[in-house]
Structure formats: C-alpha cells, structure tokens
Design a protein around this ligand. Sequence first.
Ligand code: GDP
Ligand code: MG
Length: 449
Amino acid sequence: MALEKLSESLKNALRRVFRASLIDPKLIDDLVSEIRKALIAADVNIELASKIAESIRKRSLAEKPAKTLTAREHTINIVFEELTKFLGAEEGKVEAKAKLTKILLVGLYGSGKTTTAGKLAKYFKKQGLKPALVQLDVWRPAAYEQLSQLSEKVKVPFYGVKDEKDPLKIIKKFEPDFSRFDIVIFDSSGRDALNKELISEIRNVRDALKPEHVLLVISGDIGQAARRQAEAFHEAAGVNGVIVTKLDGTAKGGGALTACAATNAKVKFIGLGEHIEDFEEFKPKNFVSRLLGMGDLETLLEKAKEAISEETAEKLGKKILKGDISLTDLYQQMEALKKMGPLSQIMNMIPGMGAANIPKELLNVQEEKMKVWKFVMDSMTPQEKDSPDIISARRIERIAKGAGRPEQDVRDLLKQYAQMKKVMKMMGNPKQMQKMMKMFGGKLPNLPA
Ligand code: GDP
Ligand code: MG
C-alpha cells in the first residue's frame, strides 16, 4: 500500500485514543504531537503539519461529540476529517465526455508519464470506453517502443512516428483518426527541468491539440518539492490536474500529496507501482480511511458491485448464447445493467465478449427510452411480454392507449427487442458474429471457439 510508514505511525497515534479510558486535553496533546511528527516524517511541510495538528487539537477540545458518537469515535472522526481536508477533500474526477476527450500528459524525465499513459488507457478501457495512445515524446530515443509495447499489453490502438522530431507533425498526421475514440491519451517529452524549451514544446502541443485535460505527472519521491513543480507547470503550461506516481516506493509521498492538493491543479490519480494495474483514482476520503486503518468502504462497495455485475453478466451471457430472451428479461437486464454501468463494461466480463466491437447505440440505452418502455410494458399482458411475437396491430393500439403513448413508441420497443434478439443470437454463433461485425465495419479478433 501507499505511504506504509505514515500509515503505521498514524495508526499508532490513534491507538492512544482507542486505549484511553478518558479523552482529556493531555491525551489530545499527545495525539496531535504524534500526528504532527508522523506527517513531518512523510515530508509534509512543517508549517502545514503544524496547521493540521492544530486544527485537530482545537476541534477535539471545542466540539462536543454528536449524539451518535462516543468521545473516542468523535476524536478519530476529527482526525479523519482534518487529514482528508488537507489532501483535497473533494475528489478531482477526470470526466470523459460523450464525445472525444483528449488528455495530454506532461512532466519531467522519469516522472512516469509513459507508464501512466498505459495505466490511464487501461483505466478508461475498464469503464467501457474506447481509448487510444499517441506518442509525442520526440526526445527520448526509446519512447516510441515503450508506449507501443504498453499499448499492446493494454490492447489499445497506438499512434506514433518513429524518429519524427516534430510532435506537431505527428498530431497532424493522425488527427483525422482521433474522432474514432472516446479518449485519446498523449504522452509527451520531458526534460531534466522545466526549462524554456520544454515550456515552449508543451505550449505548442497544447495549442495544436486543445486537450480537455493537461495532467502533470509528478514522481512522489520528490516530496513537498512537488508543490513548486506543480505551480511552475501550472503557470507555464496551464496544467489542470496532477498524477502523483511512485507512491509505493517512497517515504515522502505524504509531502507530495499534501503539496499538490494545496495547488490549483488537484491530484486526480495516483501511481502505486510499475504494473499497469497499480493505479487508482485519487479519492481523499478513501485514501485517508485506508491510511488510518479504518477500512475503505467505498472500495469495498465497488468490489461488491463488481461481483454482482459478474453474476448478472454470467446469466446474461447464457441467455445470449441461447438467443432466447423475453421482453421482461430484456427490460430487467437493461435496468440492472443501467445501475451497474455501461453494458460494454459488463460485456468485457463475459469470456470472449470483451473483444467484440458491439455498436455503441445498442449498448447505451438512454434513460429517456427506458422510461417510455416501462410505460409501454406496464400496459402489456404477461403473455405479450413473454412472447412479443403475438403482438398484432390491434394489440399495439390497445397497449399504446393503455400506456398513454403514441403507437410508434410500442413499435419502437418491439423493433429494439427484435434487433437485440438478433444481435444476441448472432453473438452465440461466431460465424454470424463475424458477419455482423463486417456489417458494422468493425473487426472482431479472437472469438471463442
Ligand atoms: P517518463 O520518462 O516520465 O515517461 O517515465 P516512465 O514512464 O518511463 O517511468 C520511469 C520509471 O518509473 C520506469 O522505470 C517506471 O517503471 C517507473 N514507474 C512509473 N510509475 C511508477 C509507479 O507508480 N511506481 C513505481 N514503483 N515505479 C513507477
Ligand atoms: Mg516517457
């Protein structure tokens, strides 16, 4: 885990509170002095560490515990809240919009840009989005190979021109292709320091790309010096978010995180190792609760959610293979899937389905449509829902009246159902599937036998 040492010392400090029979001012003083020491040992700026300690002390002495909390829980909660506050209270999500989102990664040599590009691609792919990687690092000789290999690992398209020295030419060459993706992630050149040359290169690239996000990649091992770096990059290059890497291997991570949180460019992600998976969204609350050994509720909930969707995916997978699905099934599945996230993500969990380029329109059922369908289905008989084939023009008229919707809505639902059923049947049959993919202009590698 990240910041192991800091976590150990903070947990030790909190143990005082757990063990004490009485929470008195002396105990609070000892607690905050230990927390302060722990923070400074993690390279948190001394002033900042004192400020955090002081606000914990003040609040613990002044505030009365809420009725539902014991004095102990009250104190621990204050520690939790104050630490969270200085790590950036609100999480800085990187939103991927419906249309193409461009992310430009910038930073010094060895900060982890290229590695992070691969990690980000995987992160977005897991969400069911379609990312691509572009190499604009024209300085480091092996940059092209490094990212190209990463892209193979993550199974994401890669763009780059070996030996090209002008990043703007690379952009121009591939620009028409970008709109095919949801997210395009651009790696860029570093330097040993933020010098004029690097600033001008970043600005040129930024002006050509007009990226939605310019994310600074900072190595956590520089500790509180991260603040100066983040501010300098922000000023020179309009950075609007930070990714702190290498938090796995440094005792100074606490300094880097608090320093970045204090700048205008908030921490969005953290890197926790060399592998593609060692990466997560930075959620201060979760991070601090793990740091304090309080468990990470949200991550747990997410895992539970994943488990459910796997189960649902399996059931759905079986139905798909048989190609038999009633209107009620379809609706229930869609409802469940809607709650759990994009259908494409679920598809990734079904063995062999992940590779299938299923047309997006079929995967993204809109909220609005679901509502209308619900009305329509509510005025159908169970028999009609089970075997929609029996629905005649007369029945359509009746259903529409009952639902208070135009007949066209009923027809739309039936059409969608028929289409879905056809797709599902095809998915059960590799040859058909290949044919369908050709129809949609997509490629379909590695189908299950
Ligand atoms: P770039 O020069 O900014 O592109 O940096 P690279 O992506 O090439 O990374 C430099 C080195 O740091 C490589 O050896 C990576 O494996 C390593 N690295 C990157 N991120 C992490 C991380 O989160 N944890 C650890 N332990 N190593 C990392
Ligand atoms: Mg690189």
